[in-house]
Design a protein around this ligand. Structure first.
Ligand SMILES: Cc1cc2nc3c(=O)[nH]c(=O)nc-3n(C[C@H](O)[C@H](O)[C@H](O)COP(=O)(O)OP(=O)(O)OC[C@H]3O[C@@H](n4cnc5c(N)ncnc54)[C@H](O)[C@@H]3O)c2cc1C
Length: 396
């Protein structure tokens, strides 16, 4: 019997497992496949170092510039300042995820690879464990608290009764690749492109002539019909990577393809319904911890994993693992801050994903330094803008 069974060893699950194990709890961390590279741009907010200080040992390139482009390729250069705590790094997700899993294992969590969770074990209507499929057959894991961290496509999240299937308007779908070859990208800059449809593209330099390139559409079916999301992702991707404005940075006719994949992501912010029930919590993508507009979800998922672990520890200390204690997850100040920031971004996404508005926003940002700084902080570092930001926005 485990104290906690966690389904999914992505950033959310691994952080949660690490904190619990460090505090002496017996943790099973169940993972479908540690060789799977999560489809992702790999752009990571430096806040992650507060949660995983040992990542600093990798000496990753510090990224303190973003070139942001509107749909007509008007460019806004943003610099975070060399000495700022706010910066980004770019990581290959295969390396990042296995690094974070190792941190959890080193702290004492037991990692079970090649194990696919597919259902709950129930007794008298209570959920007392998780059933997995493994190469050698079905294996059951019993736990006092169960944590669902198995991402966007989580089956357990829907089986838990806490959330239904994603509605199409709450989803985005993105395709990305890691390519290698001569390029003209600055190593200390991210390139972000807001598109004429509700979506964005990116090029993130990874060092050693490699870069992560991709694009995605959010709720695209509203204006363009369902089929757009289902079938045309490859088309918008190839249009994006062959656009002359993109080719300026990646001029070669052919790049070595290291990897390429597509995957959905939540687009509505953290789910409004409770993310907990009796002895159960949903965290990370499974609960919608992905920023609307930017699609950033790695650090918010890690934060959700950390807070879920702290909440579970409090529940054990109070000898009460029911929703009475687990509901504290959602009122934790870190989680409340994320929820509020995502709500704001959701509202602003209607303004941002309109080509004409964005051009005007960029023009205003070039003129008013304070406004530009607030855009950087809001979009990239989840910092809520001051009230003058909205009066400036309303007045153009
Ligand atoms: C194309 C794309 C680009 C993105 N780019 C960025 C970016 O640049 N920066 C950023 O911050 N965010 C980005 N995101 C979002 C980011 O990838 C997610 O928010 C983040 O990975 C969420 O972490 P998680 O731990 O909640 O879930 P995941 O990272 O999805 O981890 C879930 C884990 O559970 C495992 N799993 C799944 N099902 C099962 C099962 N049944 N049984 C056992 N294990 C299972 C998976 O193998 C995986 O290891 C992007 C997303 C997409 C789709």
């Amino acid at each position: 019997m485990y104290d906690v069974v966690i389904s999914g060893a992505g950033p959310a699950g691994s952080k949660c497992a690490e904190v619990l194990a460090k505090n002496g709890f017996k943790v099973a961390l169940i993972e479908k496949n540690t060789n799977w590279r999560k489809p992702c741009g790999g752009g990571v907010n430096a806040e992650i170092f507060n949660y995983f200080p040992s990542l600093k040992k990798l000496n990753l390139q510090k990224i303190n510039n973003v070139s942001m482009f509107s749909a007509d390729y008007t460019k806004l250069d943003l610099n975070f300042g060399n000495n700022s705590e706010n910066y980004y790094v770019v990581m290959d997700r295969l390396i990042l995820d296995n690094f974070l899993r190792k941190v959890a294992v080193d702290a004492g969590a037991e990692l079970f690879d090649k194990s696919v969770s597919f259902d709950f074990i129930t007794k008298n209507k209570e959920k007392i464990g998780i059933k997995t499929r493994t190469p050698t057959g079905i294996k059951d894991y019993y736990g006092k608290i169960l944590i669902i961290a198995d991402g966007m496509s989580s089956k357990l999240a829907t089986k838990s009764g806490l959330r239904g299937k994603w509605k199409s308007e709450d989803l985005g779908l993105a395709k990305c690749s890691i390519l290698e070859g001569n390029n003209r990208l600055k190593e200390d800059s991210l390139y972000v492109y807001l598109r004429k449809y509700k979506g964005y593209g990116w090029i993130f330099p990874m060092g050693g002539n490699r870069f992560n390139i991709g694009c995605g559409a959010f709720g695209a079916m509203n204006s363009l019909g369902k089929e757009y999301l289902n079938y045309d992702l490859h088309k918008i991707y190839s249009e994006f990577i062959t656009d002359p404005n993109i080719k300026k940075y990646i001029p070669e006719n052919k790049y070595k393809k290291i990897w390429s994949a597509s995957y959905p992501l939540p687009n509505s912010g953290v789910m409004k319904k409770p993310t907990y029930s009796e002895n159960l919590m949903l965290i990370g993508d499974a609960a919608g911890f992905v920023s609307p507009i930017s699609g950033e979800g790695i650090t918010p998922s890690v934060v959700s994993g950390n807070v879920a672990a702290e909440t579970a520890i409090e529940a054990f200390e109070n000898d009460n693992i029911s929703s009475l204690i687990l509901k504290k997850f959602k009122i934790n100040p870190h989680i409340k801050k994320i929820i509020q920031n995502f709500k704001l971004k959701k509202r602003l996404s209607e303004i941002f994903y309109n080509g004409q508005n964005l051009k005007k926003i960029f023009e205003l940002a070039e003129k008013v330094v304070d406004f530009k700084n607030q855009i950087i902080k809001m979009l990239l570092f989840n910092i809520t803008p001051q009230s003058n930001f909205f009066s400036l926005l309303n007045n153009f």
